[in-house]
Design a protein around this ligand. Sequence first.
Ligand SMILES: C[S@@+](CC[C@H](N)C(=O)[O-])C[C@H]1O[C@@H](n2cnc3c(N)ncnc32)[C@H](O)[C@@H]1O
Length: 442
Amino acid sequence: VSEASPILQPGERAIGSVGQSLAAALDTSYVDRLNAAFYSRIEYPWPPHSLERFHGGLWVLMLNQDVGAWRAPRIPSAPEIWVAGCGTNQAVITALRFPRASVLGSDLSEASLEVARRSSEALGVSNLELVRESINEADYAERFDYVICTGVIHHNADPASSLRRLASATKRQGLLELMVYNQFHRIQTAAFQQALRAMLRTSTSPDFETEKALAQRLVECREGRGSMRTFLEARVSVPKAAFADALLQPVERSFTVESLAALAGCCGLEVLHPAIDAYSRSRGAVDWNLCFADAEVRRLYETLPDVERWHVTNLMRLEESPALWFYLQRTDSGLPRQSEASMAAAFLDERLVRVTDERELLVREPGGGYRSRGRQPVPAGAPPDREAAAVLADLPEGGTVGEVVSRLGLERSPRRVNRLRLGLATSAFPYLCSRALIEAES
Ligand SMILES: C[S@@+](CC[C@H](N)C(=O)[O-])C[C@H]1O[C@@H](n2cnc3c(N)ncnc32)[C@H](O)[C@@H]1O
């Protein structure tokens, strides 16, 4: 393998070393073995302080709204879901969010699956199956309504080939939720991994134990300046899994919006819309659109198609841009992709009702089990976005946001309306649901 070179991905004009740690990305089964060993040594992610159980269909409703299905559900109320590369808890979290779904969680790491099995048993989860399997060997054909794969294919030798398997497993009109690393978020991690392996000469054959020992020494001595020093300082006391995830990944590739769209295109997929992840939400990085004060700059930017505009945002925001976490659909779905502006316009006219749901909070006990702390209302509190909060306060039950926007004299530009949509009627901010969608579900 040492003579071979990494597999070039669609949209990659040349392999650069910035944000990429690819020396070992030589062969699919070799990298699968590296990942199986790596993720058996660390439990990723580490156990969350608490989990949430939902009893109704809130997450299905919100998933439909995330992709603009306001009238007829695109994802059925009892969907088939695959969490591919589920790690220790993502499949359990998904089964708890979608109680009527049948969830399949798969991973290369038996140790991670064992953690998931234990929590699933402790919580009495009955809609989850867990299997040890590589995405690169899975041959599901149009089986799933919804496939979730976040933080996985960029660790594989040939992400395009992994993504083709995910696309084939998705039903024609189903949805794929994909997260790959944003190149501008991985500059320090990949540089560190390369430096470490250059010293140990382990670039094509990463070795966890020797690399871990040197990584610890490098973090402790904190040589370096600027962003690398800040990066290393933040790794001094983190959980073992977080340390290894940042500093010791055997293989990591990273993307821009442009190269992700190219990758999707060659796998029979197209990028639909951003999915707001918890981390970007906590940083306030939920909108892929920029607001320019200069009218000419605004005009040039605003006339770009969605994906090209988001790519400009990716380049202009660099490390501040949101995670590359998107919904995708098959190009043979027969469903035309709605632009973000048309989704926002449809949202303005939709008759909406308030979300009144509950979540059961399950708090982790010292022994590893979970104890219910009772039910809490969803949503909790007002929307964080001030304009969204004002709209919600003024909206009559079954009214439209368009009427409120006119009454309050708010700006109706597609970008401002889209911000309202994001802050009021998405999985990340579930305050409103479409009345038509609820009626169609019941
Ligand atoms: C960074 S973790 C992400 C875990 C989970 N998706 C999440 O977001 O919490 C990557 C996971 O993908 C798994 N993985 C990597 N390549 C895989 C493959 N080809 N097939 C199945 N699992 C894979 C690893 O074992 C690991 O558990």
